[in-house]
Design a binder for this molecule. Structure first.
Ligand SMILES: [Zn+2]
Length: 77
């Protein structure tokens, strides 16, 4: 499935926040025994608020089985 440049950019920006940030940490989305490559599948954005800060979690479709992989995250502090 192709993604627009804009969407890839958003995924890159949000990924940095939620996978490498220091307030929350989203677990890398996995399905069918593999971590999903966010740049090669459909991804939904899910906005959350944690102690006044907004984050956008990434919920991709598993390219193998088509399941929407819900985001799990925890707060770091
Ligand atoms: Zn799957």
């Amino acid at each position: 499935m192709r993604q627009s440049i804009d969407k890839k950019l958003l995924i890159a920006v949000y990924s940095k926040d939620v996978f490498e940030g220091n307030l929350i940490r989203q677990e890398p989305p996995q399905c069918c025994g593999k971590v999903i490559d966010l740049y090669n599948t459909d991804v939904d954005f899910k906005d959350i608020k944690v102690s006044g800060n907004e984050f956008t979690l990434l919920e991709p479709l598993c390219p193998k089985c088509g399941t929407r992989v819900r985001a799990n995250y925890h707060t770091i502090h």
